[in-house]
Design a binder for this molecule. Sequence first.
Ligand code: AGP
Length: 613
Amino acid sequence: MCGIIGIVVSKGAIKERLGSVLRKCLKNLEYRGYDSVGFAIINWNNELIVRRSKGKIDEVSRKLGFDDYDGHTGIAHTRWATHGKPSDVNAHPHIDCTKKIAVVHNGVIENYQELKRELLMKGHVFTSETDTEVIAHLIEEYKKKGIGTYEALKEAIRHLKGAYALAVIDKDEPGKIFFARNTSPLVIGIGKNEGVMFIASDIPAFLEYTNHVIVLNDGEIGFITSSQVFLEHINYGIVNVNERIRVVDWTPEMAKKAGYPHYMLKEIHEQPLALSSTLAGIGSEAHKLAELIASSKYVYLTGAGTSYHACLIAEYLLNDLVGIKATAFIASEYGRFRKSIARNDLLIAVSQSGETIDTLMAVRRAKNKGAIIAAISNVIDSAIPRESHIAVYTRAGPEIGVAATKTFTTQVLLLTWIIIKAAEIKGELSPKRTSEMLDLLKKIPDIVNTTIRITEPSARKISSEIALKTNAYYLGRGLAVPISMEGALKLKEIAYIHAEAYPAGESKHGPIALVEEGFPVFFTILSDEYKDLIIANIEEMRARGAWIITVAPKDHEKAFSISSFAFKMPRLEYWAETIPYIIPYQLIAYYTSITRGYDPDKPRNLAKTVTVE
Ligand code: AGP
């Protein structure tokens, strides 16, 4: 939630104006929130200029003339509102009473009301409803003791409760950006050219300028100048910066649209490549996790949204292929297992971003109870992998579209690989059968490639009819249930059509009451034990006038003969079908969103990474 960028430059180090570089970098963070935008720049005369407004980056930067401003030190912010509605006054940066200090923040300050009361009593004047504004006034207040901005920020931090990634500039100390991190992500980018330094919420922000990064840890605080990074831990002292620099292998092209109208479509089409990269990246950590699973009595899996759906698939396969009891739970519902998660239980936390606060909190709570934590993530060194005992990466490349697509299929591929290996280690699969199954997984990138090519025209065609509907059901049995849930989530989040997923057998226990002439019902059928049983469920829906759309193996004539629309899919083994069978649903959601005139990359009320509980 919320994107932050900060840049310090020395004279002549970059050709463009600072305002324009800030705008470009901020645009790469738009997936983190987009209800209001603002920047603060210290210009070459050392004056502080602050501009902010409600709206998305393109519109606001045109209105405020972002690109016209130049200077040496600047911070900018794209907001996803938590405290205070989206409005001009609630947009960041927030400033203090002296109008010298500007602050951008991602996170939530839990004790801001208490701090605000104290500051009001001391005579501070607030202009917004946000929690962030207290930080600017707190720094101002501590500076009155005669200390510098950095010391004042340190003091302020000691009084803040909650989550924050902060970037602060002060007209009294031009040429520096002060920062602090607790729970919300923050990364430093060391400019390739001498004299440029970045700080941002996420690496894609500055990837065009540098791939040399320092991922900050919780409790870290410091400042950057155009040529230097000063970093320390609030409790443990100075950090050796050189030891922390990492070189990421993402290219700026990977984070751009590459000619597609939307990131989401690009990311759908990138799946064959992303899946190949997941397979190529499988190494010792994946093997270690397979061994851990094989030696566990009980496995928990947790995640949110799409990542939770990947957990559900893994739960099913752990039971089915390894014979291990497994339970997937929604991370924010950790309380259900608070008492039962015990020392040495294995918890697999799945998170594309590695920063989702619900998942991070479940990890922390289970870790406190002595559980062994394994992370499956796409972002190297993000919070969840860092706080886990073992981390395995999907290596799908940056995902910018708010709707998860390539990160879902790569999560499922990676988990399936690990589970097959665990089954072999446990003696549930022979080495011969294991290598047959792994060989099939190696073919998945090609199969997905063909699936996209074959299903895209049909998805586009059917989307014009789906766009006219207000509700839809997604039904399946067994492993097809999480696929249905993921399909329904995609349609809901980007096409704003109410969609619900159920186990098909459950629909007659209530949901069928809603079905009337033309009600769309998507059936997912895999090559498993349910493939014939589900026919009765299709008939029940058809008898009530439902409009049946079926995604099933291409030779399932029976199913197609009673459906109004067919997606004829490759017939594989059921456990490998999960990956290609989600493709038509991703495409249907995308084209329906476009037909209805929405922007699938920026669904309303959503942010790519949810860093509030
Ligand atoms: C999926 O399309 C979503 N935008 C959302 O449900 C997402 O999967 C969820 O917020 C979890 O994110 P994570 O994988 O980064 O933890």
